[in-house]
Write a protein that binds this ligand. Structure first.
Ligand code: ATP
Ligand code: MG
Length: 351
């Protein structure tokens, strides 16, 4: 039976516009093999739009994409436009209004992509699950002045029982489909209200998922262990701040920013989820046709999983491993000479 999915494309800025066409080409090719068709709608929400019209997206932007099955985003951000504009004018509203409370970052060391970590062998994989809508990144707080010389800043963290419980359940359920191990990032020896609460809810989640082993590590020790011995991890779950730090660290362990993918998931499927490469708009190489499209392509594979086509998603990842492991074809960031287009063609031939 043929399935059709409606996808909102937001190419964004810089190389974002160069890596999405390869991703949709891969989706179309693998889709054809599995009886899946994609209907794409393009949205030119980017920094250039901000410079002309004063907003990254129209006032009713979210309404325009809320009935799509998923969102594929390239990258947003450009020199001269402050980071908070692209973040608060586009990414954060999408994440929050569509309740994309899971940020999922799969890490996999690919053949032919050397990791800076000696013990990270090709095939090593784990996943970071980050709480994406509450926690330390709240707007609650302020700056307070008392005269000119005295000043104070207060930043509150928000941890709710339902918010923490749902991200933990997501992590435990994911672990149950993998190697059955959850590592929780904490810091309850220094952060004495929110983190002990997080730890208690982890223990409760452990009781609900008796087949999954879990342990907790203080974030400072945990980051050291991710670098020294990444093979011991399966699913690492963290609050918004700890998950943010861990997911960038983990992408670095995998060796290249150009291949790392991310999903911002609304697991209830009430709203669309958003998939995006981890890298930014890379102004230094934008317009040259040399960007590595693998981050966007892998993000598209995650989208296939989310839309209920894990076999198709796995085929895309297998083709990535095949090209990197069995051919010398790669883009400049991985030491090759292939253009984005040449690399994409080689990959398409192997699907
Ligand atoms: P942002 O602030 O949006 O995260 P950034 O400038 O901090 O952006 P990137 O845009 O990701 O970070 O770029 C960091 C470096 O990695 C740049 O030198 C860029 O050229 C390189 N880079 C990033 N993504 C890719 C890619 N897909 N292919 C090749 N090189 C890349
Ligand atoms: Mg940056």
């Amino acid at each position: 039976m043929a399935t059709e999915h409606r996808i909102a494309l937001i190419p964004g800025d810089g190389i974002g516009t160069e890596v999405l066409p390869p991703a949709t080409a891969v989706l179309d090719k693998v889709g054809a093999r599995h009886g899946i068709t994609f209907r794409y709608d393009d949205f030119d929400w980017c920094c250039e739009r901000y410079l002309h019209e004063g907003a990254m997206m129209p006032a009713n932007g979210l309404d325009q994409i809320r009935h799509h099955d998923a969102i594929l985003l390239g990258a947003v951000g450009w020199p001269g436009v402050p980071d908070h504009v692209s973040l608060w004018g586009l990414l954060i509203p999408i994440r929050r209004q569509f309740d994309q409370y899971v940020n999922l970052r799969p890490i996999k060391v690919m053949p032919g992509v050397p990791s800076p970590v000696r013990s990270a062998e090709p095939g090593l994989e784990f996943v970071v699950v980050r709480e994406n809508v509450e926690g330390e990144y709240s707007e609650v707080g302020g700056r307070f002045h008392r005269g000119f010389a005295d000043e104070m800043a207060v930043q509150e963290s928000i941890f709710t029982r339902p918010g923490v419980t749902r991200i933990l359940d997501y992590a435990f359920e994911l672990a149950a489909t993998r190697r059955n191990v959850v590592t929780s990032a904490t810091k309850s020896n220094g952060i004495v209200h929110t983190m002990p609460f997080w730890d208690e809810l982890v223990a409760e989640a452990g009781l609900r998922h008796p087949d999954v082993r879990w342990h907790q590590e203080h974030i400072d020790a945990l980051v050291a262990k991710v670098v020294l011995d990444p093979s011991r991890f399966d699913v690492i779950v963290g609050s918004n701040l700890f998950g943010d730090i861990l997911s960038d660290l983990a992408a670095a362990v995998a060796g290249s920013i150009g291949i790392a993918p991310a999903g911002n998931l609304n697991p209830s499927r009430e709203f669309p989820s958003m998939f995006e490469p981890v890298h930014g708009s890379a102004p230094d190489i934008a317009g040259k046709g040399v960007a590595n499209p693998l981050g966007a392509i892998w993000s598209a594979a995650m989208m296939l999983d989310h839309l209920g086509h894990p076999d198709a998603g796995a085929e895309v990842v297998a083709a990535m491993v095949d090209v990197l492991g069995n051919t010398p074809v790669r883009t400049a960031d991985l030491g090759g000479t292939a253009s984005t287009e040449e690399f994409t063609k080689t990959l398409l031939d192997r699907i």
